[in-house]
Ligand binder design. Structure first.
Ligand code: ATP
Ligand code: MG
Length: 297
């Protein structure tokens, strides 16, 4: 049985349908990703599943309980890492964790012990007694992730976990998430980082304009939609028009974003003689093919 089940989930803000009739089943122990660009509706979905914002329509079941009827029981087993930092500025780093633990009625000693362990695992032990405004953005992010683990949750829900982290911190967070997954903890994360989705997620839902376009494993997405490698041409403005004409003459499928032309040839021989380099297809290309948009704009 799915540990999270969502049926006909819809969120409207006046005339705007931010989440449009979503159905979703997340299995226990899996890492499930919501992948989509700014404004796709990812945070709105997560806010409903974490009982922060009520759905306009639809039902949510978490671990066998209907969320609307049992919000408190559900919240007790969720670890929530929001997109924007809402740490308590008046408290120190460790107090942010121990105080948060009190909401879950965790005994003081256990809470303290756990908080120390979390600070170690997030490489924040040196900042234990610092005030929040003495932390860098990436440190706040790591503390926020750590805070989501204070109640030893059965499910963790992360909104853009690695946003604002440098590569080293990002890899540390990814390692931590993999470790939690190996302990059987279910993860729902939303991201616009396709590398993050590909590395961490067992399955990914591609979200566009409030709808789920498709759900599959990252690998299957790439093999289903991308039959071949992608050919990348970094064009200068004076050669751009002639290259475009050549691509059209060869009837090649291509898209241009971030100043680079991405060609999707069915076969490498079709791009013979063109400038550029071949690269492996990624989830980002799949996203582009499905929506005509890039993930990050
Ligand atoms: N409280 C609100 N009131 C009105 N509109 C909202 C509200 N929250 C979100 N929206 C709108 O709903 C849509 C989806 O927003 P949401 O924050 O869910 O997107 P997202 O996928 O999380 O984007 P991002 O990657 O930028 O975080 C957007 O058009 C946004 O403007
Ligand atoms: Mg968001």
């Amino acid at each position: 049985m799915a540990i999270i089940r969502v049926t006909n989930l819809t969120k409207k803000f006046k005339d705007l349908v931010a989440v449009d009739d979503i159905n979703l089943e997340i299995e226990e122990g899996e890492c499930f990703g919501l992948l989509g660009p700014n404004g796709a509706g990812k945070t709105s979905i997560i806010r409903m599943i974490t009982a922060v914002s009520p759905p306009s329509r639809g039902d949510i079941w978490v671990d066998g309980r209907e969320l609307r009827k049992h919000p408190r029981e559900v919240k007790a087993i969720l670890g929530v890492i929001p997109q924007t930092d809402n740490l308590d500025e008046d408290l120190t780093v460790i107090q942010n964790l121990t105080t948060f633990a009190r909401y879950f009625a965790i005994p003081r000693e256990v809470a303290y012990q756990r908080s120390v362990e979390i600070l170690n695992s997030m490489a924040l032990e040196g900042k234990r007694d610092s005030k929040i405004d003495e932390l860098s953005g990436g440190m706040k992010r790591r503390l926020l992730i750590g805070r989501g683990l204070v109640n030893a949750p059965k499910i963790i829900i992360l909104d853009e976990p690695s946003i604002g982290l440098d590569p080293q911190a990002r890899h540390m967070v990814w390692r931590k998430l993999k470790e939690l997954k190996s302990q059987g903890i279910t993860q729902l994360l939303c991201t616009q980082n396709m590398e993050e989705a590909a590395r961490l997620c067992d399955r990914v839902a591609i979200i566009h304009q409030g709808r789920i376009i498709d759900i599959d494993t990252p690998q299957a997405f790439v093999t289903r939609y991308m039959s071949n490698r992608v050919w990348e041409i970094d064009v200068t403005s004076d050669e751009r028009d002639s290259i475009m004409r050549e691509l059209e003459r060869r009837q090649l499928e291509f898209e241009e974003f971030a100043g680079i032309i991405h060609v999707f040839p069915k076969d490498d021989s079709l791009v013979e003689g063109l400038p550029g380099v071949a690269r492996a297809a990624t989830l980002e290309d799949v996203f582009f093919k499905l929506t005509g948009r890039s993930l990050v704009e």
